[in-house]
Design a protein around this ligand. Structure first.
Ligand code: PLP
Length: 434
C-alpha cells in the first residue's frame, strides 16, 4: 500500500515562522524547495532508512542528510561512539588521540592521501586545498568545471552546481570580481577545451579541482579519457590535481572515486560521510604538499573546533563500520535494482528519462538526451521533475528537491523499501501523463 503523506500543516506553520527569522526559513538553500516549489517537511526524527516529520508522516529517505548517512540514521555504533565522547568533554582546543586515529583511517583507506588535516565542513576543505595548492606552486590560476560545486568558496562560486544551479544564480553577488579573476571554468568531460586551456595558461595554473563523479548537477560520470588527460596534463605542468571527494569519498567506494577509477590525485577533499552526520571536513594529499601547511609550512589554515573530539568519534565509528561491514556490494545491488525500477516505471508511463548512477549515487534526469555535462543536464524538464518529485513526496518517498542533485541509497534500505519506492515512482510517473 502507498501511504498518503500529503498533509503537512504543522510543517507549513513552522516554515512560515522560520522564514521570519532565518533567510528563506533554512540554514542552507538546498533545503528550501526553491527548485520544486511548496513547503519542505520539517523533520522530527530519523531511524535507519526513514525520516519522520512533525505531522507524523514517514518517508523513505534518499537524501541521507545530503550524503553523510551511509548506514542510515542513528546507527547504534555511531551513537555509542558519540555518547561516549560526550562523557569525556565536547572540546579541548588541545590535541587528542582521536585526531590521529581518524587521520590514520583516512590515510589507510584513501590511496593518494599521505597526510591529512581535519576541518569542519566541505567548504572549508576545498577553500583550504586551493590555498595550499597555490602556496605550493606559487601560482594563482585554478580550473574548475561548470556544474561542479565545491562549497561556497568565493573563488569557486562560478558556474557552480547544487542549490546555486537550481536557484539560477551561477555566481553570487558579494563575490568580488577579483576573487574569481584567476578561476577558469570549462565544460565537464571535454578533453579538447582542457587541452587548450593548459596549452594557453599552463605557467599560471596552480590547481584543477573537480568532482571525480559529479553529484551537484545531478549524477554525471567522468569518461576515462577525461580523467587520464587531467592526470597527464597536471603531471606535465606541475599543476595540483584536486579531487573534491566531499560527496564521493566513502560513498562510491571505501577509497572514493580515485580508487574506483584508478586515478591518483595530488590532493583530496573530504566531507559528508567522514563526519557521520557531524560537521567534519578534511583535506589531504602528498606529504610534500601537505608539509606546506602551518605550523610546518607557511600556508596558514586553522580552526577552533577542527578535530573536535565528538566529531572525530563519529568519524572513527563511521570509517570503522565501513571497514568491518564492506557495504559496497549491497549498495551496488540495491541501487541497481532501484535504477532499473525507475527506468521501467518511466518507460511504462512513456516518460523519457536518463538515469546516471555510480554505486549508491544516482539521478533520474527527465530528458531524452545522454547527460555528460551541465549543458546536457539542463536539457531536463524541471517543471515535470517538480511534479514527479511531489508525487513521490506525497507517497512517502523523500528525494532531493532538485533535478540537479544526486540521490543516495544507504546500506540499511531494504528490498521492500526499494519495491515500495518503485511502486510510488510508477504512480508519480503516471500522474505526469494526465
Ligand atoms: C557538499 C559538497 C561540498 C560542500 O560541503 P559543505 O560541508 O556543505 O560545506 C563541497 N564539495 C562537494 C563535492 C560537495 O558535494
Amino acid at each position: 500500500m502507498i501511504p498518503d503523506t500529503s498533509k503537512r500543516t504543522r510543517s507549513e506553520v513552522l516554515f512560515r515562522h522560520a522564514s521570519k527569522l532565518i533567510p528563506g526559513g533554512v540554514n542552507s538553500p538546498a533545503r528550501a524547495f526553491g527548485g520544486v516549489g511548496g513547503t519542505p517537511p520539517f523533520m522530527k526524527k530519523g531511524e535507519g532508512a526513514y525520516l519522520f516529520d512533525v505531522d507524523g508522516n514517514q518517508y523513505i529517505d534518499y537524501i541521507g542528510s545530503w550524503g553523510p548517512h551511509l548506514f542510515g540514521h542513528r546507527h547504534p555504533k555511531i551513537l555509542q561512539a558519540v555518547e561516549h565522547a560526550l562523557t569525556i568533554g565536547t572540546s579541548f582546543g588541545a590535541p587528542t588521540e582521536a585526531e590521529a586515529e581518524l587521520a590514520q583511517l583516512v590515510i589507510e583507506m584513501v590511496p593518494s592521501i599521505e597526510m591529512v588535516r581535519m576541518v569542519n565542513s566541505g567548504t572549508e576543505a576545498t577553500m583550504s586545498a586551493i590555498r595550499v595548492a597555490r602556496g605550493f606552486t606559487g601560482r594563482n590560476g585554478i580550473i574548475k568545471f561548470s556544474g561542479c560545486y565545491h562549497g561556497h568558496v568565493d573563488s569557486l562560486l562560478v558556474s557552480a552546481g547544487s542549490a546555486a544551479l537550481t536557484l539560477g544564480c551561477p555566481s553570487s553577488p558579494g563575490v568580488p570580481a577579483g576573487a574569481t579573476a584567476d578561476t577558469l571554468v570549462l565544460p565537464y568531460n571535454d578533453c579538447e577545451s582542457l587541452q587548450a586551456a593548459f596549452e594557453k595558461n599552463n605557467a599560471e595554473l596552480a590547481a584543477v579541482i573537480l568532482e571525480p563523479v559529479v553529484g551537484n548537477m545531478g549524477c554525471v560520470v567522468p569518461t576515462p579519457e577525461f580523467l587520464s588527460l587531467l592526470r597527464a596534463l597536471c603531471t606535465q605542468y606541475g599543476t595540483v590535481l584536486i579531487f573534491d571527494e566531499v560527496m564521493t569519498g566513502f560513498r562510491v567506494a571505501a577509497g572514493g572515486a580515485q580508487s574506483l577509477f584508478g586515478v591518483t590525485p595530488d590532493m583530496t577533499t573530504l566531507g559528508k560521510i567522514i563526519g557521520a552526520g557531524l560537521p567534519v571536513g578534511a583535506y589531504g594529499g602528498r606529504a610534500e604538499i601537505m608539509n606546506c601547511v602551518s605550523p610546518v609550512g607557511k600556508v596558514y589554515q586553522a580552526g577552533t573546533l577542527s578535530g573536535n573530539p565528538v566529531a572525530m568519534a563519529a568519524g572513527i565509528a563511521m570509517l570503522s563500520l565501513i571497514r568491518s561491514e564492506n557495504p559496497y556490494p549491497k549498495l551496488e545491488e540495491i541501487s541497481k535494482t532501484l535504477a532499473s525500477g525507475f527506468q521501467q516505471a518511466a518507460d511504462e508511463a512513456g516518460v523519457p528519462v536518463r538515469i546516471n548512477r555510480v554505486g549508491s549515487m544516482l539521478t533520474v534526469f527527465l530528458t531524452s538526451q545522454e547527460v555528460r555535462d551541465l549543458a546536457t543536464a539542463t536539457t531536463s524538464d524541471t517543471v515535470r521533475f517538480s511534479k514527479w518529485f511531489h508525487g513521490l513526496l506525497n507517497r512517502g518517498v523523500y528525494l532531493p528537491c532538485s533535478q540537479f542533485e544526486a540521490m543516495f541509497v544507504s546500506a540499511v534500505h531494504s528490498t521492500s523499501d526499494i519495491d515500495q519506492t518503485i511502486t510510488a515512482a510508477k504512480a508519480a510517473f503516471a500522474d505526469l501523463s494526465v
